[in-house]
Design a binder for this molecule. Structure first.
Ligand SMILES: [Zn+2]
Length: 88
């Protein structure tokens, strides 16, 4: 696995630039030339692009490889937007 890419995606998740939870809906298809939300490189028409719809408003596109890294990290990076734990 590309550790630099993993670090980049992990940092984006910690910064709230990438979601840390599973999407509502996912699609996969060939790239449309849009920039990947993981590595910031375009997803070319010859590459597989994963598209994740989170709440009907936010859509994230990722290369297949970036998607695999992101999906692994969703269980490891704390959600920066999560509600703070209730105080007793
Ligand atoms: Zn990518």
């Amino acid at each position: 696995m590309n550790s630099t890419l993993q670090q980049k995606i992990s940092t984006k998740m910690s910064d709230g630039l990438l979601p840390t939870h599973a999407p509502l809906r996912s699609f996969a298809g060939f790239g449309s030339g849009s920039l990947c939300h993981g590595c910031d490189e375009p997803v070319l028409g010859s590459e597989v692009e994963h598209e994740h719809d989170f709440d009907g408003k936010r859509t994230f596109r990722l290369h297949a490889a970036c998607e695999a890294i992101w999906r692994t990290l969703t269980n490891q990076v704390p959600d920066p937007w999560a509600d703070p734990p209730p105080r007793s």
